[in-house]
Write a protein that binds this ligand. Structure first.
Ligand code: BDP
Length: 636
């Protein structure tokens, strides 16, 4: 009893600390050029050296950051952004765990001396330390979110500089996702010092500098953060905005304008926060719900002049739309939204999880081809460039944290919880203005049947709601309706189901029984809208049998048809969505259940369709046509 009270006092302290912390931390605006801001890309070939010493700590002990990496030992070229794992032919590097070192040279323009210069890394996996010219600049924990620091004190203006980045992909019980290192001490079976990285998630733990690295400049008094929420009544849009600035306590003269898609000004204001009205507003819609205003984005142009004469301009895109949840539906702009979607991964040949513009464009082309109107960023936050496309193309997103594989007791402790809250704060801070984000998912398949999950998820979910009261919050469960202790705190129930695959393998005829019973029980227990966030069958492309047999393209087709028949009954009731697992094949650890990765994609890893993709496309486009003709008959 006493233990429980102490524990909740501690957690409340953590929460209060984070809430106070929130009001003073930096914003994380995406780097954008403007009249007052310049960007210098640092992507390209960097020097790279993995610290393969048994302790993995020689680089730190010898202070490799104090000189150019090439002077510390042999380096190889490594592309940034990319995962380092699949670039070379070296098996040891593919599976390397520990500190990986990168460096490169760059020039800092002499006229930057009077500006604020920021170094931003859009993401590196997992634990990252950055030095400029041998001096420590920043440290960040977490593999999927951006971090930045002002680097003026470390720069040599008008001269060559060098930046060193050390990235460690080790996962511990307190990282997100969690993992553990296991030392194999039996000398008869393993080489000396042998260890393996264990974790409970089903994708390859790609590592390295995964997203863009940039320097950008701002004036010394600068726009630090912008928060926008919106709603509309009749044809008028109400845009509530809040601008935070940074720099020395100067008097500021803000000027804000809302620009429509054509760049015409539709509203103006002269304070740092307030509500602007857009007459005849065009709301943001998913493309499945509106042909004409799908992905409609406005721009909040903020101009900040300061007493000292400095002048900063930043353009933040946003959409006007509302999200509400009833006991059986998700409403976008007060209309029921049925998610016919796919869960994805950031994953590709050679680059691993490295940002790849052609891949982003191809993925969106295939999402539209399939008729996907919603995807989940399973199982971690995706690159901002992907989220930009979701906003602009009108595809809804369930924005998921890297909380995957939270299963052991050690993953539910205070240290893990504190980090999880900090990650949610970073994620909401990054994506809060995105109209595509309709739901936050704080985790995937945690052990939500363990009693300790109750307090943990109550805390994470309520904290996320406090960060963003405008959106519903969920986590994705693989527990059962009668043992899940955390689902009660969500706004929407999300469950993953594998009837006919992991259970009753090959017995397609059992799917309708088990799925129907399950959906009914979950709804009866919680009275909330439900999304099946995963269902799927591994499928080796090109493998066919008639009648269908597990692992063939034909089985994937038959399997999906069984699910779809049930979905069609429940989507008229409280089923708010269905999401196939997975959009495309992806790499996993080596495992007897996986033949070079997870093959549950309806597309191959190269983004070409399997037979099931055509079935899905037919279904999803029929649903879109149904929605569009319904809108037409309602005069929308
Ligand atoms: C689910 C997980 C997902 C896996 C999938 C599978 O959420 O990450 O890849 O199963 O086994 O449990 O294919």
């Amino acid at each position: 009893m006493t233990g429980g009270v102490t524990c909740s006092v501690l957690l409340n302290t953590v929460l209060i600390f984070l809430l106070i912390f929130e009001s003073v931390t930096n914003g994380m605006l995406y780097p954008r050029e403007s009249e007052s801001r310049q960007i210098q890309e640092l992507d390209g070939m960097w020097n790279f050296r993995a610290d393969t010493s048994p302790s993995r700590n020689v680089g730190m002990a010898e202070k490799w950051f104090e000189k150019q990496l090439a002077k510390t030992g042999p380096v190889i070229p490594m592309p940034v952004p990319s995962s380092f794992n699949d670039i070379t032919t070296d098996r040891k590097l593919q599976h390397f765990v520990g500190w990986a070192w990168y460096d490169r040279e760059f020039y800092a323009a002499s006229d930057w001396e009077n500006k604020r210069v920021v170094l931003r890394i859009d993401s590196a996996h997992y634990n990252t330390i950055v030095w400029v010219n041998g001096q420590h600049v920043m440290h960040h924990e977490g593999g999927h979110l951006p971090f930045e620091e002002m680097v003026n004190p470390y720069l040599k203006f008008g001269q060559a500089n060098w930046v060193t980045v050390a990235v460690n992909n080790t996962l511990t019980p307190h990282t997100l996702p969690p993992g553990s290192i296991e030392y194999m001490t039996d000398k008869n079976k393993y080489p000396p010092g042998y260890f393996v990285q264990n974790f409970e998630f089903d994708f390859f733990n790609y590592a390295g500098i995964h997203r863009r690295v940039r320097l950008y400049t701002t004036p010394k008094v600068y726009i630090n953060d912008i928060t926008i929420t919106s709603r509309f009544e009749g044809s008028t849009g109400y845009v509530q905005y809040d601008v935070k600035f940074g720099g020395l306590g100067n008097k500021t003269y803000p000027f804000v304008e809302i620009l429509d898609r054509n760049g015409d000004t539709v509203a103006k204001g002269v304070s740092l926060s307030g509500t602007l009205h857009i007459p005849s507003v065009t709301p943001w819609w998913p493309y499945s719900m509106s042909k004409d205003s799908a992905g409609y984005l406005y721009t909040l142009k903020v101009t900040l002049k300061s007493e000292s004469g400095s002048h900063d301009v930043y353009r933040q895109q946003f959409g006007v739309r509302t999200i509400n949840v009833t006991d059986s539906q998700i409403l976008i702009n007060n209309k029921p939204f049925y998610c016919h979607g796919a869960a994805k991964h950031e994953d590709s040949d050679i680059r691993g999880k490295g940002l790849d513009f052609p891949l982003i464009a191809r993925d969106f082309a295939m999402l539209k081809w399939l008729g996907v109107n919603c995807f989940r960023t399973s199982h971690y936050p995706y690159a901002e460039e992907i989220m930009d496309q979701a906003d602009a193309q009108g595809i809804a997103v369930i924005d998921e944290s890297p909380g995957v594989g939270i299963r052991s007791n050690a993953n539910f402790g205070n240290k893990s919880l504190e980090h999880h809250l900090a990650v949610m704060k970073e994620l909401v801070g990054r994506d809060k203005n995105r109209p595509s984000v309709i739901l936050w998912s704080v985790a995937n398949e945690p052990a939500s049947n363990k009693p300790m999950a109750q307090h943990y998820f109550k805390t994470v979910i309520s904290y996320t709601k406090s960060l963003d009261p405008s959106r519903p919050v969920t986590f994705v469960s693989d527990a059962e309706y009668d043992n899940d202790v955390a689902a009660q705190y969500t706004d929407v129930l999300c469950i993953n189901r594998y009837y006919g695959w992991y259970q009753d393998t090959g017995h397609l005829e059992t799917i309708p029984y088990q799925l129907t019973y399950d959906l009914e029980q979950w709804y009866k227990t919680f009275k909330k809208p439900l999304i099946i966030t995963e269902y799927g069958a591994d499928t080796v492309p090109g493998l066919h049998t008639m009648p269908s047999y597990v692992f063939t393209e034909d089985y994937q087709v038959d399997f999906m048809r069984q699910y779809h028949a049930v979905f069609d009954v429940f989507r008229k009731k409280y089923l708010a969505g269905e999401m196939v697992w997975n959009f495309a094949d992806f790499m996993t650890v080596q495992n007897v259940k996986r033949v070079v990765g997870n093959k549950k994609g309806v597309l191959t890893r190269q983004r070409q369709p399997k037979a099931a993709a055509h079935v899905l496309r037919h279904r999803y486009w029929s649903l879109i046509n149904e929605t569009h003709s319904l809108n037409k008959s309602l005069g929308l």
